[in-house]
Design a protein around this ligand. Structure first.
Ligand code: HGY
Ligand code: MN
Ligand code: MN
Length: 415
């Protein structure tokens, strides 16, 4: 005998309308989003989100780093909440679904339960984690990291963007700092819906990815120092040109990323020459390195190869090369019971699915340190993300949201 809840489905049109409506906040001319953490655009979508959650009967609180928690009470106030969420901040040329899908699917879940007059045993909290992307304030997943004890709140507050604006000043400017400590009480469980941001599910033709874990990531800041000099008077043989050294090192980064095909990944995302004058050989070049690897010791191997090559380039060109670690998030395996709830759900709802390790980092990585957690992936068009062309279909969004709804209901019934 199926329960009233088992046939429940979210309202696909309503979910899609929230994705469309919020895409106005930070909309770019190319149809994407620039909604950097703690920017005015972030504040606009936050205000929209708070109003929508309050209209759906939730109480909303902010913690000291601005993460938002929209709470719907359950029948048993002694139970810790089931948390569902993701992030509303985006990359500078981001898409309309990265992070946003998980937060708005949480709102749609609450609206669907309201329509059905269903109350879960556990309270439910929808979370918008501040600064997941790390595009403005490094490292990524900063607020969820503080929530899980990976960083302290003061460290987060002192992080600065490329203009020297601190996290604390940006947060105060938009008025979203709350009284609640960012090192929060662990939820009973955490489920995060997210687009895959890669091609695996679309290529496999499956509707849902059951995320069993997340690969490791390491961010390095590389500073190559040489000697500034005149472009017209300094013989080539006398130069100590950091840009030439950085260019060689950037090529090495790419070679390292290709060293374990299908496993290792590497990216130089920022490459800046100072003083940046066309007729001056640069003084320094700053570049960022993003390393990814799913296995034990993988990040260390990739970084080790980079350091060996950097030393050889420095010696060959008479340069100084400093490599500083900014952030490491080790590979993570999600909780078998939560992953099991997702597995049972996708099978019962009849979605084609496969297990997948996430290539991208997510707030669930840190939340999984303090609570059982799992993620649900939907495909996205061409696997494109961190790109204004990021796209998905209403049916894909609805499928993911239905799996989120029923995984939460399954966990609520069993725990
Ligand atoms: O970098 C990541 O993997 C995530 O998008 N923050
Ligand atoms: Mn994301
Ligand atoms: Mn992202």
């Amino acid at each position: 005998m199926s329960s009233p809840a088992s046939n429940l489905r979210i309202d696909s049109d309503r979910l899609w309308s929230t994705l469309t409506e919020t895409a106005a906040f930070g909309a770019t001319a190319k149809g994407g989003l620039c909604r950097l953490a703690l920017s005015e655009e972030d504040a606009q979508v936050r205000r929209w989100f708070v109003a929508a959650c309050e209209a759906a009967g939730c109480t909303v609180r902010a913690d000291e780093l601005g993460s938002l928690y929209a709470r719907r009470e359950g029948t048993d106030p002694t139970l810790a909440p089931i948390a569902i969420g993701s992030h509303l901040d985006t990359q500078p040329t981001g898409g309309r679904f990265d992070g946003i899908l998980g937060v708005l699917a949480g709102l749609e879940l609450i609206r669907t339960l309201n329509d059905a007059g269903l109350v879960t045993r556990h309270p439910i909290e929808i979370v918008d984690w501040t600064n997941e992307e790390g595009a403005r304030f490094a490292p990524a997943m900063l607020a969820s990291g503080v929530f899980a004890g990976a960083f302290d709140a003061d460290y987060a507050r002192t992080r600065t963007d490329r203009d020297g604006v601190s996290f604390a000043d940006a947060l105060n400017a938009i008025g979203f700092a709350g009284p609640a400590p960012a090192r929060g009480a662990p939820p009973a469980a955490y489920f995060e819906l997210h687009i895959e941001q890669g091609p695996v599910l679309e290529d496999a033709g499956v509707e849902i990815g059951v995320v069993t874990g997340v690969q490791g990531v390491r961010w390095l800041d590389v500073t190559v120092s040489g000697q500034a000099c005149h472009a017209g008077t300094t013989p080539m043989a006398l130069r100590r040109d950091p840009l030439q050294g950085a260019a060689r090192l950037a090529a090495v980064v790419d070679t390292i990323g290709r060293s374990e095909p299908g496993v290792s990944l590497s990216t130089v995302g920022v490459f800046e020459a100072f003083p940046g004058s066309r007729n001056t050989v640069p003084e320094t070049v700053r570049m960022t390195v993003d390393l990814r690897h799913p296995g034990p010791g993988g990040l260390d191997r990739l970084e080790g190869a980079l350091r060996v090559n950097a030393a050889a380039i420095a010696s060959d060109l008479g340069l100084d090369i400093d490599i500083a670690e900014v952030w490491t998030s080790p590979p993570v395996v999600f909780d078998p019971a939560c992953v099991g709830a997702v597995h049972q759900t996708v099978a019962r709802l009849g979605f084609t699915h496969q297990d997948i390790i996430s290539g991208a980092g997510h707030d669930a990585v840190y939340v999984s340190r303090v609570a059982p957690a799992a993620m649900i992936f939907t495909p996205c068009e061409g696997g494109i993300s961190h790109n204004e062309a990021e796209n998905m279909t209403p049916a894909q969004a609805a499928a993911g949201a239905d799996v989120l709804l029923h995984a939460v209901l399954a966990f609520d019934a069993l725990s």
